[in-house]
Design a protein around this ligand. Sequence first.
Ligand code: ES4
Ligand code: ZN
Length: 326
Amino acid sequence: PSAATAPEPLPKAELHLHIEGTLEPELAFALAERNGVALPYSTEDELRRAYSFDDLQSFLNLYYALMAVLRTEDDFADLAHAYLARAREQGVRHAEIFFDPQAHTGRGVPIATVINGLARALDSAQETYGISTRLIMCFLRDESADSALATFEAARPFLDKITAVGLDSAEVGHPPSKFKEVFALAREAGLKCVAHAGEEGPPAYVWEALDVLGVDRIDHGVRSLEDERLVARLAAEQVPLTVCPLSNVRLRVIDDLADHPLPAMLDAGLLVTVNSDDPAYFGGYAGDNFTAVRDALGLDAETLRTLARNSFRASFLDEAARAAYL
Ligand code: ES4
Ligand code: ZN
């Protein structure tokens, strides 16, 4: 279809998006050049061919390695601008964006550089892209509880720029309860709480995220379906689940998109949303995920509208801002 007849994508909120996972090969090579950082790939095509994963850990290895190119405030601002431009083309009107401070401070990049760079881009997002934004600071669950506590204290001067804390990275063997203390501090400081749970980990981790960390949303949560009582709890309390269909297929959480449990989750009365996770690595941004589930699962227009409405209902926007979309 010509540009004139191409339909506007459905307005939606993106609630599960790792900003470091939006680093496209083109920008990775440009930043490597700008910062004099050597990449273990000679071309963008060669790098793209490395985007073939067996599980979460094999993805994380590449995800952390490529972050070596992110060094300055400008790098973080450029990364966020590139994401916002792509997101707007896909109908995103509100984005709640994860970042992983420990993945940068661990390489000698100060947390101020990370937060100030991202915040600079987000400050102009409403005006430049028509996208409202929030920042969610994630703790790496395969690092120690003490490291998370130190990271939270280092971020205290910047908490006015941060809406929530989250929990990500290698899930199995690192249950939510390990981070009870830092989540309690975050809540005392007035922050919202979310956690990845039930992606590769068992339903027990979803229970812990709810009961020990007191999270407001579960990121992924697809394995919740293995526990009937858990499904009943999530449905009764309308706890949002930020599902990432293309991610689930690429990381082999789900064998085939046609077998994705998204329809079963909707049928169970869960507050499910569709998100992109690490779009540069998993084959698509928010709108691409909507299109993919529509085509693979045969979702009708009404169901797609429900998913878009859910994304605003599940967001951290205040009532007035959210009402404009519902
Ligand atoms: C992630 Cl897909 C996924 N799971 C857990 N942690 C992550 N960090 C970036 N992407
Ligand atoms: Zn994620």
